[in-house]
Design a protein around this ligand. Structure first.
Ligand SMILES: *[C@@H]1O[C@H](CO)[C@@H](O)[C@H](O)[C@H]1NC(C)=O
Ligand SMILES: *[C@@H]1O[C@H](CO)[C@@H](O)[C@H](O)[C@H]1NC(C)=O
Length: 383
């Protein structure tokens, strides 16, 4: 009898487990009948840009983004994305069953499912600060402030001024919108390399700018926000190429650069905690780009990456295949045969294969805090 009871118990437990699994998988993002969000508004720099910059307006060190072999992998033509194919925000759109986000500067774009304001080369700190300090290399005029001005124009066109004076209009635009703040700040540090501005000044100003930006979005009525931290920029090809071989951490990445980056992220996390306290009506998730990428970098072979250091597309061969004066897409550059075997695409940006793993670790994995699924559930519950 005891055995029978036990097997009955086991069976019911198994049924329960099966039921839980069924419930879990049926709530998976892609298969749900109506997407939790009807639109996404994205911000950031070249890691998130889906076409706001191009060869003639982008950062000088990567000014062949409109040329092949950019875009070779998925779109099969250049789309002004800084990669061989799709990037994180494209995979996020796919996960939400939404179309790829059109760039704000495309006049023919359909904005009904969101807009992408991210611009290649964009800084967190306003442009004038760098000019005042004689920093001009690789600098583009658009900062996070510019993207906020663009966003405000889109909101204004829908009658949303701010949550206090036009609550209904703002709720209509932002109540079912996901705000995706892609990595911003990496350019602030790289463009001021070799200048007299200390990195702690850059950090304080950049964090301050992101904070002000998020406050502005919250004041408009943004409720579901994901903020990406900086990737470990010390593990990126240009950092290897531009640093002394002694400047390495135990992972093999550039120690001095990763110290600056992780300190920036720690300051960002502190700010986000404060914003969460002040805005209990909103979900503010932190996407840990740093550790997501570092995990991938350490487990490169497991993900099918044969090459961690060298850029797939570049010039000069050698350890890094990177030359600032002959960037990917320029007449003298060459691309590798299979970008999916490389972590790095053009010296500064990642391959589609990397963007896919990272997007997966944000959307399905544990590198988003709180989890992305929590944010989805919050949205579903509030209708
Ligand atoms: C920037 O350059 C100008 C002209 O060369 C010089 O007068 C000024 O002192 C410089 N400013 C800084 C902050 O280095
Ligand atoms: C999340 O997981 C599902 C199911 O395995 C998969 O189909 C989807 O592509 C993943 N999402 C991302 C963004 O990788």
């Amino acid at each position: 009898m005891a055995t029978n009871n036990f097997s009955l118990f086991l069976t019911s437990q198994m049924t329960l487990i099966t039921l839980i699994f069924t419930l879990l998988s049926s709530s998976s993002l892609a298969s749900s009948s109506s997407p939790p969000f009807t639109k996404v508004y994205a911000f950031g720099d070249s890691y998130t840009d889906t076409g706001n910059t191009r060869t003639s307006t982008g950062p000088t060190a990567f000014n062949y983004v409109s040329n092949p072999p950019y875009g070779i992998t998925f779109f099969h033509h250049p789309t002004n994305r800084y990669s061989d194919g799709r990037i994180v925000i494209d995979f996020v759109a796919e996960a939400l069953s939404l179309p790829y986000l059109p760039p704000y500067r495309n006049p023919k774009a359909d904005w009904s499912h969101g807009v992408n304001f991210a611009v290649g080369g964009a800084t967190a700190i306003r442009h004038g600060f760098f000019l005042k300090n004689n920093v001009t290399f690789n600098l583009v005029p658009q900062s996070l402030q510019t993207q906020l001005v663009w966003f405000n124009k889109v909101l204004a066109s829908k009658g949303c001024k701010d949550l206090k004076s036009t609550p209904r209009e703002c709720e209509a635009v932002l109540g079912d919108a996901l705000i995706w703040v892609g990595e911003i700040g990496a350019n602030d540090y790289t463009c001021s390399l070799g200048s007299s501005i200390p990195s702690r000044t850059i950090q304080a100003l950049a964090i301050n700018s992101v904070d002000g930006f998020l406050q502005a979005l919250l004041n408009k009525g943004a409720k579901y926000i994901v903020v990406q931290g900086l990737p470990p920029t010390g593990c990126v090809t240009y950092s290897f190429a531009l640093s002394s071989p002694d400047d390495r951490d135990p992972t093999g990445c550039v120690a001095s650069v990763n110290r600056i980056t992780s300190s920036h992220n720690a300051a960002l996390i502190t700010k986000l905690n404060l914003l969460r306290k002040q805005n209990p009506q909103a979900v503010i998730a932190y996407a840990d780009y740093y550790n997501a990428h570092l995990t991938l970098f350490k487990d490169a072979k497991k993900h099918g990456f044969q090459e961690q250091y060298k850029a797939c597309c570049g010039y000069g061969g050698g350890e890094y295949n990177f030359d600032v004066f002959n960037p990917c897409g320029s007449p003298s550059s060459r691309a590798c045969r299979d970008p999916s075997e490389y972590i790095n695409w053009d010296g500064a940006h990642f391959t589609e294969a990397v963007h896919k793993v990272i997007a997966n670790s944000f959307v399905n994995g544990s590198f988003c805090s709180p989890r992305f699924q929590y944010l989805i559930n919050k949205k579903l519950v509030s209708g």
